[in-house]
Design a protein around this ligand. Sequence first.
Ligand code: G16
Length: 595
Amino acid sequence: IVSEIMETNPIPVLTIQTTPFDDQRPGTNGLRKKTSVFESKKNYLQNYIQSVLSSIDLRDRQGCTMVVGSDGRYFSRAAIEVIVQMAAANGIGRLVIGHSGILSTPAVSCIIRKIKAIGGIILTASHSPGGPAGDFGIKFNIANGGPSPDTVMERIYQVSRTLEEYAICPDLHIDLSRLGRQDFDLENKFKPFRVEIVDSVEIYLNMLRGIFDFGAIKSLLTGPEQLKIRIDAMNGVMGPYVRRILCDELGAPANSAVNCVPLEDFGGQHPNPNPTFAVSLVESMKGGEFGFGAAFDADGDRCMILGQNGFFVNPSDSLAVMAANLSCIPYFRQAGIRGLARSMPTSMALDRVAKAMKVALYETPAGWRFFGNLMDSGRCSFCGEESFGTGSDHIREKDGLWAVLVWLSVISVRKQGVEEIVKDHWVKFGRNYYCRFDYEGVDPRAAYYLMRDLEAVITDKAFISQKFAVGNNVYSVEKTDNFEYIDPVDGSVSRNQGLRIVFTDSSRIIFRLSGSGVGVGATIRIYAESYERDPERHSRETQVVLGPLIAIALKISDIHERTNGCGDACWGIYSLVFKMTVYRCLYINICHYCT
Ligand code: G16
C-alpha cells in the first residue's frame, strides 16, 4: 500500500496559521497539563510540537532520526499521529516509535543513544493520573538521551510565545500495530519519510543484559532458595517490560507481576509508586509471602522498593544503599565509579557513601536534566532523587526496572533480605531520617508570597545564629540559603532552587515549589532530615524523630495559616482564596502535626 502511495500520490505538506499560547513553558520535566487542554484547545498540541521541532537547528533537523513513545495514557495515540504528521512536514527523516506507541522513558533514552537519534518525544505525565479528566504531558529528550536542559526548554518556550504557523501532513497515517518500516513519499521532498515501529522492550532488554549478571538474578528468582517477588506495574507502561524481562527472561513466576496491562486511565489509579498510591502492593507485601516488592510510575522511570512484610525503603536510603553496593553489578565492576550525584532535597545519606568511596559528590537542583552534563563529562556514574528516581550513566534518565535489577543483584550477592541490607547500611553509615510533606493546590500567589517572605526571614542575620528548642531538642541554625547551582561543565547558573535551613547537627529543613504540577495551583514541598549515628537509635518512628523539625518548619513559614493547610481551624479568612489545598506526607501518609 505504501509503495502505491509513493508512486501515485505524494502526500501534501500544509502550513496552518495559528496563534501562540502564553502557558507553554515546560516545568521540571516537560509540559504537563490537564488532558482536556491538549485534547480540546485548538492547536494547543500542534503549537507545542512545532515549538519543539523549531527549537532544533534546521541543519540538524533535516533528515534526522527521532524517537517517539508514550506511557500508553489516554490521548497518546491521537497525539502520536499528529507528531508523525508534523515531524514529516518539518523535515525529520525517520521516526522510531514503540509498538502500539508504547515505550518507557528509560527505553526512549536507551534507543536515542543506541541509534544516535537527535532526540525523542515522550508522551507522559509521569506519576499523574490519566484519562480524559486526568493529565497529559510531553517531554522532549535531547541527543544524549536525557531531558532537555534549561537552555533547550527556554528555546522551546520562546518559540511557543510567538508561533504563527505550523507545518503538517494531515493525510499521512501510520499503523502503530505493524512492526517494521513504513515509507511515505512527500510532496516537494526528495527523500521518503520513514517510520519504524519497533518492539517496545527488545533494545532496552539487550542493554540490561550487558549491565547485569542475568544468570545470578535468574538463580535468585528460580533456585532452591527462591526469592519470591511482587512487582506492580500500576497499569502503566511497565507491564510489557516486567513480563518480558522479569518473568520470561529471568524466570519469575507469572503471578509475581500484577497490573501489567497498560490502561489508558491506569485503572482509575494514580500510577504513583509511593506508600499512599501503591497501597495494594503494600498490603500484599504485609502478608510476608514475598521477600521483595516494587512498583513503578506510569512511564517507568520511578520505582518504590519494599522488603518482606512491607518494609519501606525510603528512596534516599535506596539511593545510598545501591551506591554502597554497586560492586555487585558487572557494569560498575568494569567501568568503576567516577562520582555520585543527588538532587539538593534528597537526603545526605549518599554523601556519606561518596566519602567512604572517596569519590566526588554533586548536589544538583531537582530535575533529572541536571545530571546530564555530569554524566556526559564523565564526572558522575550514579545518581538519584528523593522522588523515587535512581539511575546511572548507562542512559540519561532515571530507570525503574534497572533499579529493581540493582536491588536483586545486591540481594543475590549479599544473600540478605532488603530490611537486613538497609539496617546494615545504617549501622555502617548512620541513618538519615527523612520525610517530605506536599501542600497541593495552593493559590500560586500565596505560594509565591510565602516563599518570598520565608526567604527574607531565613536569610536575615538574626536568624542565622538562632536556636530553636522543641521538647528536649535544641537546634542551632548553621547556614541558610536559597539554593543556587553552578553547573561545573558549562558554568550555567540555576538560581532560586529551594530554601535551605541547615542546623549544626546536620539536620535540614527545605522548602521548594514543585515544578511538575499539572492541576490548579502550586505545590509547596517541605523536606525534613535528621542524622543519627547511634545504631541503638535507628528504630525510632520517623515522625517522632522529625517532629521537632516539622514543628520549626511550620512555625517559621506559617504555612498552615497561609495555605489553609490542614483542617477547619485554618479555614478562616483564607478560605476565599485557598479553595482546595491538600496536605499530605509522601512517606508517612498521615499528618501528625496539624491538630
Ligand atoms: C520529574 C523530574 C524529577 C523530579 C520530579 C519531581 O520527575 O524528572 O527530576 O524530581 O519531577 O519534581 P518536582 O519536585 O519539581 O515536582 P518525573 O518522573 O515526574 O518526570
